[in-house]
Ligand binder design. Structure first.
Ligand code: MIC
Ligand code: SF4
Length: 663
């Protein structure tokens, strides 16, 4: 690998330099980068692979592509298993690895088995930057973008500004990586960080082990930044060696005197246990402030906090103790590997003895697949998201905490500072070390087969799997109507609910019925019914929103389903990165208010008109919209690269790619 010798480069720019395929490394400008690895998971992967096939692609062209099954595991009805069989068969056909159901959560397994320092990784899941904990340049994207990368294309992004987080000191006992990222969320919030990368550096880095680093980079997704990355050092080497992958090790760090666009200093010694209170990951308070709040449920797991080190710490707190009879405790180990070690070293018995229920090594409750809390009950989770209703319970009260705080609270039945429990019960702080060598069992990962053998392989596509329709070209004159006006921080969970609807991911016509389901209860006809009525009359749907529209998950269904219903325009105060790319990919024009006050003047049901939209998309930075109902005109900004304009003019990314390939 040849690194640029330019002095003062950040680690992010070093890896970008090494993978630059198009453009110049100037922050804010669009660049194309070569993708070494991709990952998909079943909830986004089925669509991604269907679109990969629709592109006419046959074999993946990356160094490595892995298809994971970890989200849709409950299996109520045939849909989940149908998806799993499709994914296994298309992985065989296209040359991917396939991690079977039960093998673990994509990000945890990828960290253990595949992620490499210095490699680029693109994943159809917003928490793909978890692999930044091992110094991969890992980015979350929509499934269609990942499909394009699997087919060998570059991935396009705005060259980021780099925020350096300078860590010093060491974490005190009972304070963990989760508290580091919650502290950062309290400073930076979930809004306004689009276009940034975060690079951790400083003396404090050395004391953090890879799983702790991965917890921190995982929740970079909640900040809305594109990339989060740690250097590769002795901790990285030890981690890779423990998983028998020392050959993948190379030391990597920023140059001395690297120039960051902004620096935040954080002294790890000063941190204490924190919690993100309902219902946003940036609603952070100290555990001391909320201590004593009665708890009904504690869930430990998710791609944020389900590693070997996390769960060994939990087992240590639970050892020989019983959980409160007012609490249901569930633990979902991040991978089968983790579960196996816990089983063989006795930690699993400690958990079971305490009264914990052991769940599948999968996403489970994190994406509303069971374990919804009781009405009004406080649920403490070691997860990364507590958006209202995501747990499957309306008006839920979900707090995000560290494994230490979760385990302590499960014992007492109230939110508890683990330091206090340790003192009162005389629990010694466990210094969990990684085993020098794990026993590796990759038998649940199907390996790619030769191209020749793959030719004979059959792809299994059950009738519940429907190839998504692609958008029509944008009309010259857009007659449109505002279907919904929503406020700030609308997440993709609000737009496209998961939970009991997750199994509909491979069937857009069915899944589209629940677009904006959380608002449907107050409005009849539903969003989908109103949209389809307009679509039949040739009138396009418009979504109006406040700041940070499309936060959270990478699910492209939050664009694909509205597109299916005839939505052609989103006007918001600001739109988050992955969602904006998904809108463009499915030919919905993402526009921002030129004057934020215009947001107040628009109402739901307003009829809008745009003359010559394709012309404006060619090169204009602003478009004029006539509000026929309110009899006024206003303008909106188009913040689009040349390529994005071309995609919109080609009726979406798939058509754009087909045009380029002449297929
Ligand atoms: C999530 O945490 O919301 C998900 C489910 O993992 C999503 C992907 C999806 O919606 O399938 C994500 O984070 O991108
Ligand atoms: Fe799965 Fe939750 Fe992680 Fe998403 S955030 S990948 S649902 S564990």
């Amino acid at each position: 690998m040849v690194w640029s010798m330019e002095l003062g480069q950040t680690l992010v720019y070093k890896i970008l330099t090494d993978h630059l395929a198009e453009g110049k490394l100037v922050s804010g400008k669009e660049i194309g980068i070569r993708i070494d690895q991709t990952l998909t998971q079943d909830a986004t992967g089925t669509t991604a692979f269907l679109l990969f096939e629709s592109m006419g692609a046959e074999r993946v062209k990356t160094q490595l592509s892995v298809s994971y099954v970890d989200h849709n595991m409950a299996g109520f009805g045939p849909e989940n298993h149908n998806d799993h069989l499709y994914l296994q068969s298309i992985a065989t056909k296209s040359g991917c690895f396939h991690s079977r159901p039960g093998n673990g959560i994509c990000h945890q397994v990828h960290l253990e088995r595949f992620a490499k320092p210095g490699a680029t990784l693109l994943g159809s899941d917003s928490h793909t930057p978890t692999a930044g904990g091992i110094a991969s340049l890992a980015i979350g994207a929509g499934g269609l973008d990942v499909a394009a990368a699997m087919a060998g294309g570059p991935f396009y992004l705005k060259c980021p500004k780099v925020l350096g987080v300078k860590l010093s000191g060491e974490l005190p006992q009972w304070v963990s990586a989760k508290d580091v990222i919650l502290k950062l969320l309290s400073i930076l919030t979930t809004k306004g960080n689009v276009g940034w990368a975060i690079e951790y550096f400083g003396d404090g880095v050395a004391s953090l082990r890879v799983p702790q680093r991965a917890t921190i980079t995982n929740m970079g997704a909640e900040l809305g930044v594109t990339i989060s990355i740690f250097p590769s050092d002795e901790q990285t080497r030890k981690f890779l060696a423990a998983y028998g992958r020392q050959d993948n090790y190379q030391p990597l760090q920023a140059d001395v005197g690297a120039r960051y666009d902004r620096v935040i200093k954080m002294d790890l010694c000063q941190l204490g246990p924190l919690a993100a209170c309902p219902s946003s990951p940036d609603n952070v308070k100290t555990v001391t402030e909320i201590a004593g709040t009665k708890v009904g449920q504690v869930v430990i797991g998710s791609c944020t906090n389900s590693s070997f080190t996390d769960l060994m710490t939990v087992a240590h707190v639970l050892r020989g103790r019983k959980i409160s009879n007012k609490v249901e405790l569930a633990i979902a180990p991040g991978s089968r590997e983790v579960l196996n070690v816990l089983a063989s070293n006795g930690a699993l018995s400690d958990m079971i003895f305490s009264g914990a229920r052991i769940l599948d090594s999968a996403c489970g409750p994190c994406i509303g697949q069971g374990f919804s809390p009781a009405d009004g009950a406080v649920s403490l989770r070691t997860f990364n998201r507590n958006f209202s209703g995501r747990s499957g319970t309306k008006d839920d009260r979900v707090y995000l905490v560290s494994p230490e705080t979760a385990a302590a609270s499960a014992i007492t039945g109230q939110i508890t500072d683990p330091r206090e429990l340790a003192e009162s019960l005389d629990i010694e702080y466990p210094k969990v070390e990684l085993p020098s060598k794990f026993v590796i069992d990759d038998s649940m990962i199907d390996k790619p087969i030769s191209e020749q053998d793959a030719r004979k392989a059959e792809v299994l596509r059950a009738p519940t799997i429907i190839v998504p329709q692609m958008p029509a070209a944008l009309p010259k004159k857009l007659q449109a109507k505002v279907l919904i006006k929503c406020g700030d921080k609308i997440t993709t969970d609000h737009i496209m609910p998961a939970g009991k609807f997750l199994k509909l991911r491979s069937n857009v016509p069915e899944y589209a019925k629940v677009v904006f389901n959380c608002f449907n209860e107050q409005t009849r006809p539903t969003f989908a019914q109103r949209a389809l009525q307009l679509k039949q009359k040739g009138i396009a749907g418009v979504i109006v929103a406040g700041q940070s529209y499309g936060q959270g998950s990478s699910r492209e269904h939050a664009a694909l389903c509205p597109m299916y219903l005839g939505v052609r325009l989103v006007i918001a105060k600001s739109i988050e990165r992955i969602h904006k790319a998904n809108l463009i990919n499915f030919c919905i024009v993402p526009a921002e208010f030129s004057a934020p006050d215009d947001y107040k003047r628009i109402k739901a049901q307003d009829e809008l008109e745009i003359d010559n939209l394709p012309e404006a998309l060619r090169d204009a930075d602003e478009i004029k919209i006539i509000n026929r109902t309110g009899s006024f005109e206003f303008s909106v900004k188009l913040v689009l690269s040349e390529r994005e304009r071309e995609i919109l003019l080609s009726a979406g990314l798939l058509n754009y790619i087909r045009k380029q390939l002449g297929t």
